[in-house]
Design a binder for this molecule. Structure first.
Ligand SMILES: O=C[C@H](O)COP(=O)(O)O
Length: 323
C-alpha cells in the first residue's frame, strides 16, 4: 500500500504525539554502532562497481544555485538520463538508456525547464522541486504552501519541503505536525520529501522526534539536510533517522523512504551510506522508491571510479563528460 494514497483514508490516525514525547536517543550507542559498521561491514572492493552503478539510480541529481538557468538545467537533465559514458556502460554490460538517476532536483522556478529538458530527450525521470522557502523556511505558511502548489502545477512529481526548525526546537510537535499535514495536502498526488535540516536541530533526540512527526504527517521520504546548513548528512544522524523509519514501519506498516543529502561527494561516501541502509533497513531500501541521495557533485566521482575500472586510468573530474 502506497503511503500517499493510504494517508487520505487514514484520517491521520497514525498521529501519536505521546510516542514522540517519550522518545530519546542514546548518543554513545549511536556512535558505537556507526564505528562498528565502518570497521566491519563495508562493501568488499570486488563489488564496488556493482554497488556504485546501483547507487546512480538512487541519486537525485541536483542543482540549487542562484544562477541556474534553462541551459544548465537542460544539461543536468541529459546527465540524469545518460549518467555514464557509452564505453563504461558497455563494459558493465548495460544497454544505453537503461540506467538513469532517480530524479533531477531543482528550484521551483526551474521545474518547467527541467520537465521540458527531460521531455525533449524522451526521459521519464521525475522532477523534484525544493519548496517552502528552501533552505530556511523563513516565510509565512501561506507563502510556503503556495510555493508547493506552484511547483506541482509546473510538473514536479516530488516536493522536497523544509520543516519549521523553530517549532522543532521549541518541542511544538503538534504544531509542526499540523504544518506538515497542510504541506502534504498541498502536494496532492506528488510525493512529499521532508527535509529536517538536522544540523539545526541541536541533538539526536530532536532528529528522531522530528523524523517521527514528519512520517506521521504523511511524508513519503525523510531527508537529512538542504546542503546549505553548516552540518549536513552525517552517518550518526542517518542511523537515527533509519531507526525512526524502522520503528514507524513496525508500528504502522508504512515504509517511508530515506534521503541523505548535503556534502555527499565521493564514491566512498556513497558506499558507506548504502551499507547503512542495508544494515539497518535491508536490501529493499537500496532501491529508488525507498532510497535517494541528494547530491550535486557525487555522480562525477562515481563516474571517475567506474571509468577507472574500465581503463585502469584515473581521470580528473573535469575530464568526465558534462562534469
Ligand atoms: O538536496 C540536495 C543538496 O542540496 C545537495 O547538496 P550538495 O550540493 O552538497 O551535494
Amino acid at each position: 500500500m502506497g503511503h500517499v494514497s493510504a494517508i487520505r483514508e487514514l484520517d491521520f490516525r497514525t498521529r501519536n504525539l505521546g510516542w514522540v514525547n517519550r522518545s530519546s536517543v542514546n548518543d554513545q550507542a549511536v556512535k558505537e554502532r556507526v564505528q562498528d559498521m565502518l570497521l566491519s561491514r563495508l562493501v568488499h572492493p570486488n563489488h564496488h562497481s556493482e554497488w556504485l552503478t546501483r547507487s546512480i539510480q538512487c541519486i537525485d541529481l541536483t542543482t540549487l544555485a542562484g544562477d541556474d538557468c534553462p541551459s544548465n538545467v537542460a544539461r543536468l537533465c541529459s546527465k540524469a538520463a545518460y549518467p555514464i559514458s557509452t564505453e563504461v556502460m558497455h563494459h558493465l554490460g548495460l544497454d544505453l538508456g537503461i540506467l538513469t538517476t532517480g530524479a533531477v532536483c531543482v528550484y521551483p522556478a526551474r521545474v518547467a525547464d527541467a520537465c521540458l529538458g527531460l521531455n525533449r530527450i524522451g526521459a521519464t525521470i521525475p522532477v523534484a522541486s525544493v519548496a517552502t522557502g528552501f533552505p530556511t523556511g523563513q516565510t509565512s505558511l501561506a507563502v510556503r504552501l503556495d510555493e508547493i502548489k506552484f511547483a506541482v502545477e509546473n510538473g514536479a512529481k516530488e516536493i522536497d519541503i523544509v520543516i519549521n526548525r523553530e517549532l522543532a526546537l521549541a518541542q511544538k510537535w503538534k504544531e509542526l505536525y499540523q504544518e506538515l499535514v497542510a504541506m502534504r495536502k498541498a502536494c496532492g498526488e506528488s510525493h512529499m520529501k521532508s527535509i529536517l535540516a538536522v544540523g539545526e536541530l541541536c541533538n539526536l533526540t530532536n532528529v528522531y522526534k522530528a523524523s517521527l512527526v514528519a512520517m506521521m504527517a504523511g511524508s513519503d521520504f525523510i531527508k537529512t539536510s538542504t546542503g546549505k546548513e553548516t552540518v549536513n548528512a552525517t552517518l550518526p544522524i542517518g542511523l537515527v533517522m533509519c531507526r525512526a523509519i524502522r520503528a514507524y514501519h513496525h508500528k504502522t506498516g508504512f515504509k517511508v523512504g530515506f534521503k541523505p543529502a548535503g556534502g555527499i561527494r565521493t564514491s566512498k561516501d556513497v558506499l558507506q551510506w548504502m551499507t547503512l541502509m542495508k544494515e539497518e533497513l535491508g536490501d529493499e531500501y537500496l532501491t529508488p522508491h525507498l532510497f535517494r541521495i541528494g547530491a550535486s557533485a557525487l555522480l562525477t566521482d562515481i563516474e571517475r571510479n567506474l571509468a577507472n575500472q574500465v581503463s585502469g586510468d584515473y581521470y580528473l573530474a573535469e575530464e568526465m563528460p558534462m562534469a
